[in-house]
Design a protein around this ligand. Sequence first.
Ligand SMILES: [Zn+2]
Length: 418
Amino acid sequence: MSASTQPQLESTFESTFDSQPERPPFRFELHKSSGAARLATFHTPHGPIPLPVFAPVGTQANVKTLEPRDLHELDAKLILANTYHLYMRPGHELIQRMGGLHQFMAWDGPILTDSGGYQVFSLAHQRKLDDDGVTFRSHIDGSLHRFTPERVMEIEQALGPDIAMVLDECPDPLSFEYNQAALVRTHHWAERCKIAHTRPDQALFGIVQGGIFPELRQASAAFLTGLDFPGYAIGGLAVGETKEEMYATLDATCPALPTDKPRYLMGVGTPEDIIEAVYRGVDMFDCVLPTRIARNGALLTPDGRMNMRNAQYAEDPRPVQEDCACYTCRTFSRAYLRHLYKAGEVTALRLGTIHNIHYLLDLMRKIRQAIADDRLDDLRAEFYSRYRIPDQAVRHDQRARRKAAVLNQFAGSKTTNS
Ligand SMILES: [Zn+2]
């Protein structure tokens, strides 16, 4: 670490601890429950996170096409960055030498990093899983790497986000046998992560696994609660199960988690899934959906997704969404946006991303207000009265394809296991 960056980091830590010596840097403050939904604040060294919250995803320490000033204008409260990608490029040690993730990406708000496990199980090549960890080849250059719980804690502590995640195994949610076996390893890894994690200015969350099986989810919640993490994630969903299976899994899992800690549903971010999960007691979300579909020209509105490339918008002078307060809708017509998408202008991707992030963050503000006013039922009914959910048949097709891919991975890891 260079001499110029270290003093700044230290002074940040000192101000956190010295000015409020009686208060730990992380606190979950429950303001109100409405049914199972919770209005709360999770306090972190980089500011309070109002819950329920949606975290835009900045895979490469960057929310694609946006800058920190955009994220501040959008009033983003939490950003997610991916440990696997940053470990691969530019490397966690380089980021540490540059003053840590906040300083490196010039974002002064709260950051959460995943453990990289999901990417190892979905992206990396020639993966070899054993009880101690997982060996794999980089998806970038084929180089050989190994993640163990201790190694991942070293990486996440070097990156320095406010919230870090334990290393877990991400099995096919529909296979009972696989989930049962994976849970033993995931729990053992959680214990090892807890021991290896020492940064007091970073909260380490446990991850409940167990597929779509209530008994496994409840056993996992009970085990992890015993380790007393400052927050709990629900992992392994939105990767191949139906919406009904996902919601039933949340029904079984949320009541098994402590009421005085945040609950984070990983990788889930369609508007309907967020509303249903908040309804069941989930507080935190992240998803690439709003940024990824914006780059394809799909924009989120109260009526559903709009494809800005459609010919019907060629001479439409209206904004994307009439009552939207985002920069894109305040400034540009559908006709102009369609032109930018059709012409392949990079500005289209940026303007679309601004709108989609605004749509989801605004939905979260409305959800928080609805919980405060005890009218989440009304908000949910209003949402479904307008929002067209993408075709379930298409979704089931996608599900079948994802399932086949996951099962192939399982076959691979089983072979290398034996
Ligand atoms: Zn807008």
